[in-house]
Structure formats: C-alpha cells, structure tokens
Design a binder for this molecule. Sequence first.
Ligand code: MN3
Length: 255
Amino acid sequence: MKKVSFNPSRRTFITQSTKATLAVGIGSSAIGSAFLTACGAAKEEEEAVSLSTGFSQAGLNYDYAALEPNIDAMTMEIHYTKHAAGYARKLKAACEAEGVDMEKPLEEVLMEVSKFSTAIRNNGGGHYNHELFWSIMSPNGGGKPSGDLAAAIDGAFGSFDSMAEQFEAAAKGRFGSGWAWLVLDENKKLQIGSTPNQDNPLMDVSDFQGIPLMGIDVWEHAYYLNYQNERGKYVSNWWNVVDWSVVENRYNSII
Ligand code: MN3
C-alpha cells in the first residue's frame, strides 16, 4: 500500500501564515503603542479621557430620547441598559475568572485578545464598541468634521461625501451582525472597513486592523424597533447624531 506523506497544500500554508501575520495586530505597531500610552495616561489626565475605555459603563451624556428621531428612546434604553450592560457585566466576570488585570487599559487586552477566551473576545469587544458608540453620538451632532481630520478625510477619500459613501457601504454591506469603522491604520492612514459580531479593529484576531475613530453598530437591536429591516435608512440618518468634535479629538490625540 502506498504511504501517504504529510504534504500541506499551498492553500493550507497561505491560510496558516496569514493567521500568524494577523495575530501580531495593530498593538505591535508604533501607532498602536502610542495609542495604548494615551489610554494609560488618560487615567491621570482628565482631558485625554475620551481615548480610554474602562471595564465599566461610563454612563450616557444624554437622555434616551435625546437622539430622536434618528434613534428612538426605547431602542436607546434597551440597547444601553440590557444589551450593553450585559456585555460589561459578562466582561468583568470573564476577566475575574481568567485573572485579567482590570487596572490596565481594556484596549491592551483587546490587542492581544487571541490569548483569552471567546467570552472576553465577545464581551470585551461588545463593551468597548458600545462605549465608543455612545461617546461619538450627541443630540447636537451632525454636520461635518473640521480641522486636521477634515483635511485627512479629503486626502484619503477625496471628499467628505466620498468617505461617507464608503462608510455607508461598509455598514450596509456587513452581512449579519457587526460594526463598520473609520480607523487609523498602522501607517496613520484613514481606512474604512467592517468587523463581524462584536469584534473590532483593535483585536489581533481581526482581519481589519486599526485604531477606531468612529464606529456604527449594525446589529438589528440597534435599529429594528424604529427602522425594522431598513438598515440603510438607519445608517443614512445616523450622520445626524455623529458628534464630530469627539471623533476629531480622538484623531488629534492619536496622530
Ligand atoms: Mn449593540
């Protein structure tokens, strides 16, 4: 009988080496470590606080009804007090079970999330993503960014409208549940992409890498009560509540 020797196909090899490359992640880049330093520094310096996401819910800066008609009050209340609160609670439980030091930035845990359980990946991502999401929305939102971020958007995408078009396409095109993002990549270039479930671009397991500046939740729980199946309408209206001053602060703190 002919002996079958182990001979991995090229396809297997490529898959494995791609995974090995991805596992390094944004955390190993210069911008990744600058970002982590800024997250750590935020504990002492109040003005840098927008960059750091702790392990607990920080609270909303506006009422549940404040983003109407773009996002309805009941969606906001259920989203914040049930969905997001659940991620925060389960993240803490998982960190306690796995001995994760909750004194260090959550961002650092996410950048090496491949070392931890699926519970930390799902709930750590869920908690981080929602905290960012609440912080970049405001009843006084809308309009366009200004300053360096506006110039960077023009440079990377040609115009604000072209950026918005690409961002909407990423949000509408994400199959199933997930998020669309505007990030700074390891070369400090703006990029748009999306991630499934509660993954995010900080995670070493994500194939879309970067420092999140802005993200939109496209899980059905984020819009279904008001928009039903019309994710596209929700995404288009979402621009009315984006607080560009916060997104600009994130950009200016990292760049
Ligand atoms: Mn959500």
